[in-house]
Design a protein around this ligand. Sequence first.
Ligand code: DI6
Ligand code: FE
Length: 398
Amino acid sequence: MNILTNAQIVTLAANNSFGLIAEGTIVIDDGKIAWVGPAGDLPDAYQVGETIDLKGRLVTPALIDCHSHIVFGGNRAAEFEQRLNGASYEEIAVAGGGIMSTVTATRAASEAALLADALTRVDALIAEGVSLIEIKSGYGLDMDTEIKMLRVARQIGTRRAVKIKTTFLGAHATPTEYKGRPDAYIDEVCIPTLRAAHTLGLVDAVDGFCEGIAFDADQITRVFDVATELGLPVKLHAEQLSNIGGAQLAAKYGALSADHLEYATDADARALADAGTVAVILPGAFYTLREPQAPPIQAFRDHGVQMALATDCNPGSSPLASPLLVMNMACTLFRMTPLEALLGVTAHAAQALGETQSGRIIAGNHADLCVWNAEHPVELAYRIGFNPLHARITQGVL
Ligand code: DI6
Ligand code: FE
């Protein structure tokens, strides 16, 4: 048993407040939170074990990055310059750049090189207190490379003290060899690869890119039907650049999350709320693409949609590996509150991954915690380019 004393605890026990305990104690047993509360209320039974004095520091749940494409080959700095010179993200994609250029680099990279490259970005997340990362495939678009990506993603969890959830994103783009034949790609490559990756035990969830430059709702439906048959939860990149019915489709399938959502409507927000689907807001992509339309945050609030936040770490639309900057951007760009931002990278991010025992400091949850050199949780979203992390506790281990 470990006892954390003299902590200012941000429990996030409920959604309407930080749930602050000014002089709090947390008891950790076997990787789980055994007890949490004001220091004076600590029962005798828990007054055994090693005590760690946090000297009044702030303790929050560990951060969660619930949407990343952190495993990939190469980079897209040249495309960044093209966009600065006026080319749009869609134009570059249609011309065979964009996602396809990363597919070429990822196919060519060895598993060891992909892992080493990804770990540099993973380490940036860990340095800001992340202990759970969702990682998508989708830069392989053939059976071997999709499976290679998922294997690399899982290896990250053995190289670092971080939990990994893998998401199959075969329906990310139509590869060059299937150009003009997206239906054939879905049926001949994407779905058989999903089945094979699932058989290998490499898939925790299934995602798709529902967009004019990617796949339509009918094509995603075929992938989701297989996911459902395999008992896998789904999530969806929806309404990022236009509205083509992705949010409604996600709601229909009871998706864990619908992600991006800049072009979602009020009716979409209602459907997501009814389905219990989390809206994952991705300020990094909005910022990088200089997207003119913000996601309908107020509609999500009005309908009671839970909002998560994530880096979307990828080489094209969001070359970002800082959850703290994501929190700041969500507040400054979208007027989300600092409480919503913190819930977005903790409790609601956990919900977007179907992880019911993470993201809040309550008895029974995993002891994944961050200790910050800060006096109030609003500080976490307030500063830019400043990392106040003092320590990270994962599965009860400092
Ligand atoms: N939306 C995104 O933001 C990423 N994938 C997607 O469907 C970007 C992927 C990329 O540009 O490489
Ligand atoms: Fe994405």
